[in-house]
Every structure is written in C-alpha cells, then in structure tokens.
Design a protein around this ligand. Structure first.
Ligand code: AMP
Ligand code: TRP
Length: 345
C-alpha cells in the first residue's frame, strides 16, 4: 500500500492556503487510499523567533484542526513530531549526507534568512538545517508520496536527492519519495498582495483568511481583496494575479475550473461575493467540528498519544537500519549482546 506523509508547522493560525493547498487533499483523498501519517511538525516551529507558550497553544490547535478538517484516526495516524524521537535521530544522520551548499540554495531559507537579517535579527542554525529535518520526517516512514503545496516542492526534491545519495553510499535503506501537488490552488496568494503567498506567519492579517475566521471576517477580507486595474474578468496569472487568485480560490471551493469560471462573471464585485460565500460555506463544517473537539480536549490528547505510539513503531526500524548502514554500532541489551556484536563485525 502507498505510504503518505505530510505535516504542518505550528508557527501561526492555519490558513485557507494550508487547507486548499494541502489539508483538504489529506482528508478527502489520501487517508482513504493510502497508509497515511499527518504530523504537527512542532520542531520546525523553533527555527524562527518563537514564544514557547504560543507554540504549545498553536500545536494543540493545529492537531485539533487536523481532526476538524476530517482526518479520521481510524484511517490515518495523526501525531506531534516531537513525541517521536526518530525524527531528530535521523535528522543528524542525514546532516552527514547533505552539504552546506545545497542547504544554502534552498529558496525558503534564502527568503526567510534575508527577512530576518533585514529586521536586524540573527538567523538560527536550525533554519538552515530545516530541510534536513523535513527529509528525516519523510524518510523515517518510508513515504512514497508527500502531498504539499507548491512552496514545499523544492524541499521534497532535496529529500529525494538525500535518499538516493544515502542509498548509493551506504546500501538501500530509504524509499525515494515524490511530492504530490493539487491541480488547483497549489499556491494561494495573499488577498492584499497577490505577489506573495498566503502564509500564516506573515504579518499581513487582512490578506490572510484563517480557518477559524468568523464568516463576517471572511466576507470582509474577500470583498476587500486587491484586484487589478481593468474591468473584464479574465484568468491570467501573470498579468492579473489578484483576479486569478480569486478565481482559483472559487474554483477550489466549488470544484470548478478557474478558466471556465472567468467566463461566468461580468464584474469583480459579483466574483468577490460568490468567492466569499464559497469560502464561508467551505469553512463552516470545519469550524463546527473544531468547536465540538475543543469541548473534548481529552479525545484529542488520546488521538495524539495513540498516533505517536503507532508512528514510533513505524519509524524505529528504518532509523535503526540507517544507523547501522552509516556505520554506527548498535546498542544492545545484555542478553543479545554477543549475537548482535558478532553480526555487526
Ligand atoms: P506550513 O504552513 O508551511 O506548515 O504548510 C503546511 C502545508 O500547507 C504545506 O504543504 C504547504 O505547502 C501548504 N501551504 C501553505 N501555505 C499555502 C498556500 N498559500 N497555498 C497553498 N498551499 C500552502
Ligand atoms: N516544511 C513544511 C512546510 O513548511 C512542513 C513540513 C515539515 C513537512 N516536515 C514535513 C511537510 C514533511 C511534508 C512532509 O510547510
């Protein structure tokens, strides 16, 4: 059976971009057709300036939202990255396979590091090594597919390179995974700045629709979306990015096609109105389930505990195999010490 792994980091409230670009696919398709794991990647949230209490809060909220969008713990494994030691164990080994040069070439690193330096801050070393930890997340589980938004494609490509390199040098250990990106809304843009991604950790609040925004707030944000000068509704990502973004959001919400939808609308106003309503309707059931889950925190905790246990059992053998393959001496208990030490010689 195909193995799927993906994750979301608790650096801010989850957005419509997270949902359309990734989570919806996990809940609607992946969990039914594959043996899948979905993870709140909290270690990744420590790569930038962070408040410990906020990360804890956002991790709990992200886990609750994963269930609220429809992930079913009977069908898939939902867990928190830091609850499973194998991620950090494998990350170090992969750091011994990755190069400094390939880390520095990562677009997300270059952008985030530049932003941090502009602010006069310092760049954490973990921001540079972040893609290696992400590769460890994926490779520890032998994932075949990694459903992500467009912005993560480069990191999955790096993961493939590391897997191939490790396998060539030290013997076949890892499955070489591939990214799967949704056909529409793989990159939802900010409603205020259609040139940049709708990112949860960005400051431009009015340009971001959060999954837990009240319907009135969603309507306001969509109605105030920046569009381009011009009158006709046409789908052109290059020349009319603001309009294209709205058409893609509407298409993703309604299962339509952005190009075809552009022919249906005569004015920007009516497009915005329908898009706002489509988003409100899309989020309604998610928000309802989120409310119900918040009333039962013990349930969410139980799901995460079981999830971590299952995940540990899946990752352990692969990470142990990688340790042996790269030359680390197995730790053994007294009873089987002789046997294993002899086998490892
Ligand atoms: P992150 O918020 O960076 O943890 O992302 C979690 C998942 O959501 C990843 O698969 C991202 O590629 C996806 N994602 C985040 N923002 C967007 C966006 N604006 N459009 C489409 N996908 C996104
Ligand atoms: N880096 C991803 C992001 O920013 C989150 C992530 C971490 C991830 N580990 C992963 C996604 C493993 C897929 C698979 O969105």
């Amino acid at each position: 059976m195909t193995r799927v792994f993906s994750g979301v980091k608790p650096t801010g409230h989850l957005t419509l971009g997270n949902y359309l670009g990734a989570m919806r696919q996990w809940a609607a398709v992946d969990q039914y057709r594959a043996d899948s794991l979905f993870c709140v990647v909290d270690l990744h949230a420590l790569t930038v300036d962070h408040d410990p209490a906020r990360v804890r809060r956002l991790s709990r909220q992200a886990a609750t939202l994963l269930l609220a969008v429809g992930l079913d713990p009977e069908l898939c494994t939902v867990f928190v990255q830091s609850h499973v030691d194998e991620h950090a164990r494998l990350s170090y080994v992969l750091e011994c396979v990755a190069t400094d040069g390939e880390m520095r070439r990562m677009i997300q690193y270059k952008e985030k590091a530049a932003r941090e330096r502009e602010r006069g801050g310092s760049v954490r070393l973990s921001l540079l090594t972040y893609p290696v930890l992400m590769a460890a997340d994926i490779l520890a589980y032998g994932a075949d597919e990694v459903p992500v938004g467009d912005d993560q494609a480069q990191h999955v490509e790096l993961t493939r390179d590391l897997a191939v390199r490790f396998n060539q040098r030290y013997g076949h250990t890892f499955v070489v995974p591939r990214a799967t990106v949704p056909p529409v809304a793989a990159r939802v843009m900010s409603l205020q700045d259609p040139g940049s991604k709708m990112g949860k950790s960005d400051d431009a609040g009015p340009g971001i629709v959060y999954l837990l925004d009240e319907p009135e707030v969603v309507r306001k944000k969509v109605m105030r979306a920046v569009t381009d000068s011009g009158r006709e509704v046409v789908y052109d990502r290059e020349e009319r990015p603001g309009l294209a973004n709205l058409l893609e959001i509407l298409a993703a919400c309604t299962g339509g096609n952005p190009e075809a939808l552009s022919g249906v609308y005569e004015s920007y106003g009516s497009l915005k109105k329908d898009t706002a309503e489509a988003v409100v309707e899309l989020l309604r059931p998610v928000q309802e389930r989120h409310r119900a889950l918040c009333a039962d925190p013990g349930y969410v905790e139980g799901v995460l505990r079981d999830g971590a246990e299952r995940a540990r059992a899946m990752a352990r053998p692969t990470v142990d195999a990688a340790y042996r393959a790269i030359g680390l001496l197995p730790a053994v208990s007294d009873t089987d010490a002789g046997v294993v030490l002899n086998a490892a010689r």
